[in-house]
Design a protein around this ligand. Structure first.
Ligand code: F6P
Length: 352
C-alpha cells in the first residue's frame, strides 16, 4: 500500500512521534510505503510531497513541531479543492490518506470521506485537548508543563513586587490548558471559556488573596468571555471561520487594578506553549496513536480516527469526533475553586 500522511492546523509537540510510528509500523510490519504531504491540506491540494523513510524518521521523536510543516488551508474553501486532493492521491498512487489534526483538519477528513469516499483516517491532535472521541491529545501534556513552569516563575516575581499577575494561555473554546496548568501552578483564580467571567467576584477574591499573601496569580484562557463576548485581536477570520483571540489578560489586569487599586500586570504565553521538545508522555502517546493509525489503514477502517479510550487505542468515528467539542469538565473547574481565596484554618473553623 502507498499511504499519504499530512499534519494540519496549529502544530504541537508529539506530531513527529506519530509520523515516525506510522512509518515504522507501515514499512516494517506491513511492507507499505509512506509519503509525506507537506503543509497540511495545502500540500494535498497543490501536490507538494516528500519522501518518508525509516532513515528520515528514526530520530525525529525528540523534535517538536512537524517535519511535514503545517497550514490552516481548508480545501472546501478553494474552488475545486476536494477534486485537487483526489488528483494528488491519484498522481502519487496513494491508497490511503492519514490526516493528523484537530477539529478543522479532521473535519475536512471527515467531509472528504462522507462526500468523496476518500480512504481517509484521522489522528487526533490539538494543544487545546478539546477534540471529542479521544480521552486525551498529545501536545497537551507538554503544554501544561511549559505553562506550569511559567506560572512558577510568575509566583516569585509577583511575590517580590507584591503585584497581581494575570497569565493568558491558549484555549480557544475549552479551558483544559488554563484549568490544568492553573491547578498545578497553584493559581489563585482561573478563567475558562466554559464560564462567563464574574469580574465582581474575581476582584473580591483577589482582594482576599492579596490581604493574606500580598500577591496573586490568575490564569486566563484566551477564549474566556467578558460580558459574553470573545476578546479578539482583530476581526479577520481564518479559512475555518475562527477569529484571532487575544487580549483577555490585559483587559482583566486593567479591571482588577481599577477595582482593587492593586498594581496588576499581564503576561501572554502565546506560541511558546506549542513549541519545543515533546514530554515523554506526549512522545509515547503520539507513538501509540501512530501505530494504531497504521493498523487501521491495513484494516481499511476508513472514516475513523485513532483514539485513546480508557488508556487503550481504539478506532472511533471521525464524524462523531468532530461533531462536538470536548469542553472542560465543569466538576474539575468547580473543585479547583477550593484553592481560590484561601481562608486561614482559623477563619474556616469560625465559619463552620
Ligand atoms: O491550535 C489551537 C490554537 O493553539 C489555539 O489555542 C490558538 O487560539 C490558535 O491555535 C492559535 O493559532 P495560530 O497558531 O494560527 O496563531
Amino acid at each position: 500500500m502507498r499511504i499519504g500522511v499530512l499534519t494540519g492546523g496549529g502544530d504541537c509537540p508529539g506530531l513527529n512521534s506519530v509520523i515516525r510510528a506510522l512509518v515504522f509500523k507501515s514499512v516494517k510490519e506491513y511492507g507499505s510505503e509512506v509519503i509525506g504531504i507537506k503543509y497540511g491540506w495545502k500540500g494535498a491540494v497543490e501536490n507538494i510531497t516528500t519522501e518518508l523513510s525509516l532513515d528520515k524518521t528514526e530520530d525525529i521523536i525528540r523534535e517538536g513541531g512537524t517535519i511535514l510543516k503545517s497550514s490552516r488551508t481548508n480545501p472546501f474553501k478553494i474552488e475545486g479543492g476536494p477534486e485537487a486532493v483526489i488528483k494528488t492521491m491519484k498522481d502519487n498512487k496513494l491508497d490511503a490518506l492519514v490526516a493528523i489534526g484537530g477539529e478543522d483538519t479532521c473535519g475536512v477528513a471527515s467531509k472528504l470521506y462522507n462526500q468523496y469516499k476518500i480512504n481517509v483516517i484521522g489522528v487526533p491532535k490539538t494543544i487545546d485537548n478539546d477534540l471529542s472521541g479521544t480521552d486525551v491529545t498529545f501536545g497537551f501534556d507538554t503544554c501544561i508543563n511549559i505553562v506550569t513552569d511559567a506560572i512558577d516563575s510568575l509566583h516569585t516575581t509577583a511575590c517580590s513586587h507584591e503585584r497581581v499577575l494575570v497569565c493568558e494561555v491558549m484555549g480557544r473554546h475549552a479551558g483544559w490548558i488554563a484549568s490544568f496548568s492553573g491547578i498545578s501552578g497553584n493559581a489563585d483564580y482561573i478563567l475558562v471559556p466554559e464560564e462567563e467571567v464574574d469580574t465582581k467576584e474575581l476582584c473580591e477574591t483577589i482582594k482576599k488573596v492579596y490581604a493574606k499573601k500580598s500577591y496573586a496569580i490568575i490564569v486566563a484562557a484566551e477564549g474566556a468571555k467578558l460580558s459574553n463576548q470573545d476578546v479578539t485581536k482583530d476581526t479577520e477570520l481564518d479559512a475555518f471561520g475562527h477569529v484571532k483571540l487575544g487580549g483577555i489578560g490585559e483587559k482583566i489586569a486593567k479591571i482588577i487594578e481599577k477595582e482593587t487599586g492593586i498594581e496588576t500586570r499581564s503576561t501572554t504565553l502565546g506560541h511558546i506553549q506549542r513549541g519545543g521538545r515533546p514530554s515523554a508522555f506526549d512522545r509515547v502517546l503520539g507513538t501509540r496513536l501512530g501505530w494504531k493509525a497504521a493498523e487501521m489503514v491495513q484494516n481499511g477502517e476508513w472514516g475513523k480516527m485513532s483514539a485513546i479510550v480508557g488508556n487503550k487505542t481504539e478506532a472511533v468515528s471521525l464524524n462523531e469526533a468532530v461533531g462536538s467539542l470536548k469542553t472542560l469538565e465543569l466538576s474539575i473547574h468547580e473543585d479547583s475553586k477550593l484553592f481560590f481565596g484561601t481562608e486561614t484554618d482559623k477563619q474556616l473553623a469560625k465559619s463552620h
